[in-house]
Write a protein that binds this ligand. Structure first.
Ligand SMILES: [Zn+2]
Length: 261
């Protein structure tokens, strides 16, 4: 299995999962043309679309793509009904010939029905777990997102995290701000500019690297927890601390507040 990145829109990634006989599955489809071009360049034969959630920057390329390749769309059972032909529930397993099997995990938080696709050595996390960050809480609660990330964190450390956006450098600026003494974050941040100047995606990263540098996987580490509680001026439960950290990141990014709990 080989995985190819197709950058689309401003900072989205479409992932092409190549099987051993040129079959491929497409993870999310925010645009059509660049994906068709990459498939033609590589000589791939699309077999399926794997859809993580309903947002337009992950779905708006599906209709035009399916006009060329009318393949099934495996996606959340509770959202994106317009696009999903094969609704998936938590724990379902999708067997794609020559590409392996993909387990479906319900990972709510960013949206209510967001799903993550788990295969051998890789997790396609959409807008749930980002490299060095996590998605905004548009529909779910902090407790839901924390539970989703905690579950993803149970995967083997060597698992590669393929997320939906190129946000690593931005996320690491916040990570450094909240954990200024974390040398792993500093080292990772220092790699970002040269990597991006070479035109390389910063995604995927291993779960091991995420556990060392992603503040949203680190809310139980004492120093970060102290920083979060200092920001909130009170002691916090895990879910509260997670919610405060997420709100802190939104403020840091100058984003309008979301009304989540
Ligand atoms: Zn999204």
């Amino acid at each position: 299995m080989r995985i190819h990145a197709v950058p689309v829109l401003t900072d989205n990634y479409v992932w092409l999962i190549e099987g051993d006989q040129r079959q491929c599955a497409v993870v999310d489809l925010g645009a059509t043309e660049p994906v068709l071009a990459k498939i033609a360049e590589l000589g791939l034969i699309p077999q399926a679309i794997l859809l993580t959630h309903h947002h337009a920057d992950h779905t708006q390329g599906i209709a035009a793509f399916r006009a060329h390749y009318p393949v099934p769309v495996y996606g959340p059972s509770t959202e994106a009904q317009t696009w999903v032909t094969n609704p998936q529930v938590d724990g379902a397993v999708i067997d794609l010939p020559h590409m392996g099997s993909f387990e479906v995990w319900l990972t709510p938080g960013h949206t209510r029905g967001h799903i993550t696709f788990i295969t051998d050595g890789a997790a396609f996390t959409g807008d749930t777990l980002f490299t060095a960050g996590c998605g905004r809480l548009f529909e779910g609660t902090a407790a839901q997102m924390l539970a989703s990330l905690d579950r993803i964190a149970t995967l083997p450390d060597a698992t590669y995290i393929y997320c939906g956006h190129e946000y690593t450098a931005d996320n690491l600026r916040f990570a450094q701000f909240v954990e200024p003494d974390n040398q792993s974050i500093a080292r990772r941040a220092a790699q970002m500019t040269p990597m991006r100047l070479r035109g390389e995606p910063s995604v995927p990263a291993t779960l091991a690297e995420e556990k060392q540098t992603n503040p949203f996987l680190r809310i139980r580490t004492p120093l970060l927890r102290q920083a979060i509680e200092k920001f909130a001026h009170q002691y916090l439960s895990d879910a509260q601390a997670f919610g405060v950290l997420r709100r802190w990141k939104d403020e840091f990014d100058g984003l309008p507040p979301l009304s989540f709990k």
